[in-house]
Design a protein around this ligand. Structure first.
Ligand code: AMP
Length: 542
């Protein structure tokens, strides 16, 4: 290797050490699982991260071992994030909202040595423990307590474990392509698959996604990652916060609209991150109990489509910008973020609105293309719909424990999403390939139908699905949740659609239910809706 410039491996340890040295006193606020709020600093978090690594050395946990977490967003989780990975092991974050079957599969597939868990997951651990084949150390993320069921013994306590750790411990040296963290997909079709991020991919993701046209977080920000640390590294926010020394507020287990609103206001949050349903709940809380949020400027929203109607209400009524972003577990997750371009010729209002409602354009390090069903590249003309493929520095190559590449022959990852791209890379996602409605050979975007539905003042949430039809193969059916107190009916919504979409795209049926089934990662479970309502048009006249 040339020595003209210094070489230092890109590692997560360098991020936390930077925060400890140059942002030592910046506050980390953590809502505890058992109630109360704790305040610490980047320096104390870094000290504890070093203690985690050294305590794991004392326990004899080998380098490269997977250490799982079942935990909310809190400061101990943050210390594990850095201490495990920078200590040469792999932080394996596990989504507690998955089924027991998937959790057992994931923990055995990852062959975790250690399982760190929050107090609220004691009953879950009791159920899982008899089925876990490799876990040698169960660590409750608490000080020592006798307040735990007998069946959970033997058990280690996080704070006691750290007493055996050394805050001056030095991170081991290793290559930047060493694995740092492991996150499984949510497995809505088939079993979950593990995506193993390396230190290099994680640091490049952090650097690139935080550019001014990306998340643009600075040391002057106070961050609220509502997106859980148990799903795709909370979109990389702990690493971004450490890199720039931002103040970080970790919201714990209470993620309802009112609790979040409380934090947004009392902790002077400037920037937040969360899936659309979180912001729908915050909006409802805000409408029920209005309060000023003078510091809160913007939130990054992704994981599912953000409706333009919600963006507009936040902007016009509360001066809060919702920034739409796209990504997936396989892309670490940031792929695109919606930021405008400098345009010598201004766009028409309609074009600007269309682009604003989309998922944005790729950050440096991500490349996108569209292909047809035969894998032929399609034009990026802003009109042609195709299957979205991606490649880049933090995109999966092959899944954990699988020999086969996850990529196409020419090295791209097929996202399973369908959308359009324009010449600047602006992505507008129409659907998942498995959700798009195929009506008589034409595609109908469920996202577009849902956006029209939730723009209606009396509709809280909506999901469109393709339902088997005797003549057209599939036709759209819309399933809605009304706002409280509303009695809006099918006929009224039908008129609403008539005025807004071509006739052949109007849903054949509109149903109302109390709640939509949601996945562990904030997406509507459309396969459950298809299972329930998939045959309701079979008696339809052709
Ligand atoms: P996950 O791996 O669980 O994070 O899910 C990734 C999938 O979520 C993507 O492939 C998309 O289908 C969906 N998704 C993520 N962000 C968006 C977005 N902004 N709009 C619509 N769908 C999204």
């Amino acid at each position: 290797m040339s020595t003209f410039m210094m070489y230092q491996p890109l590692t997560s340890g360098s991020l936390i050490d930077h925060a400890a040295r140059y942002h030592a006193d910046t506050e980390i606020v953590s809502v505890n699982t058992r109630g109360g709020t704790e305040r610490t600093t980047w320096q104390q978090v870094a000290h504890n991260a070093h203690r985690v690594a050294s305590a794991l050395d004392h326990l004899g946990v080998p380098s490269g071992a997977r250490c799982a977490t079942l935990a909310w967003n809190n400061r101990r989780h943050l210390e594990i994030y850095f201490g495990v990975g920078a200590g040469g092991r792999v932080t394996h974050t596990v989504n507690p909202r998955l089924s027991d079957e998937h959790l057992i599969y994931i923990l055995n597939d990852a062959e975790d040595d250690v399982l760190f868990f929050d107090f609220s997951f004691c009953p879950l651990i009791q159920r899982l423990r008899p089925h876990l084949k490799t876990v040698k150390h169960y660590v409750l993320m608490e000080p020592h307590t006798d307040d735990i069921p007998e069946e959970l013994a033997p058990l280690l306590f996080f704070d006691e474990l750290l007493e055996h750790g050394d805050k001056n411990h030095r991170w081991p040296e290793f290559s930047e392509t060493t694995p740092a963290s492991l996150c499984y997909t949510s497995g809505t079709t088939g079993m979950p698959k593990g995506v193993l991020n390396t230190h290099r991919s994680l640091v490049l993701h952090t650097l690139s996604s935080n550019q001014p046209d990306g998340t643009g977080i600075s040391a002057r920000d106070c961050l609220l990652p509502v997106v859980p640390m148990f799903h795709v590294n909370a979109w990389g926010t702990p690493f971004i916060a450490a890199m720039v020394g931002a103040r970080l507020v970790l919201p714990g287990a209470k993620l309802d609209g009112e609790s979040l609103l409380q934090l947004l206001s009392s902790e002077c949050i400037t920037v937040a991150f969360g899936v659309p349903v979180i912001w729908a709940n915050v909006l409802e809380a805000l409408q029920n109990h209005p309060r000023p949020l003078p510091h809160f400027r913007r939130s990054f929203v992704g994981g599912a489509a953000l409706s333009p109607a919600m963006t507009e209400i936040f902007e016009t009524e509360h001066r809060i910008e919702l920034v739409h972003a796209w990504g997936m577990t396989e892309t670490s997750p940031i792929g695109t973020i919606n930021a405008p371009l400098h345009r010598p010729q201004p766009l028409t209002e309609a074009h600007a609105l269309t682009l604003k409602s989309g998922q944005g354009r790729p950050v440096f390090g991500i490349d996108l293309r569209l292909v047809d069903a035969d894998g032929q590249t399609l034009p990026s003309d802003g009109k042609t719909r195709g299957y979205l493929q991606v490649r880049g520095h933090w995109v999966v190559g092959h899944y954990f424990n699988q020999d086969k590449s996850a990529l196409t022959e020419d090295g791209w990852f097929d996202t399973g999403d369908i959308g359009t791209l324009d010449e600047h890379g602006y992505l507008i996602l129409c659907d998942r390939a498995k959700d798009i409605i195929k009506s008589g050979g034409e595609w109908i975007s469920t996202v577009e139908l849902e956006n029209v539905a939730v723009a209606h003042p009396e509709i809280q949430r909506a999901a469109a699905i393709g339902v088997t039809h005797p003549k057209w193969d599939e036709r759209p059916v819309l399933i809605c949740v009304r706002k409280s107190g509303s009695e809006v009916d099918e006929a009224a919504l039908h008129l609403w659609f008539q005025a807004r979409v071509p006739k052949w795209q109007i849903p054949d049926k509109i149903l109302f239910i109390d709640t939509l089934p949601m996945s562990a990662t904030g997406k509507v479970l459309k396969n459950e809706l298809r299972h329930e309502y998939g045959q309701i048009l079979m008696g339809a006249r052709t």
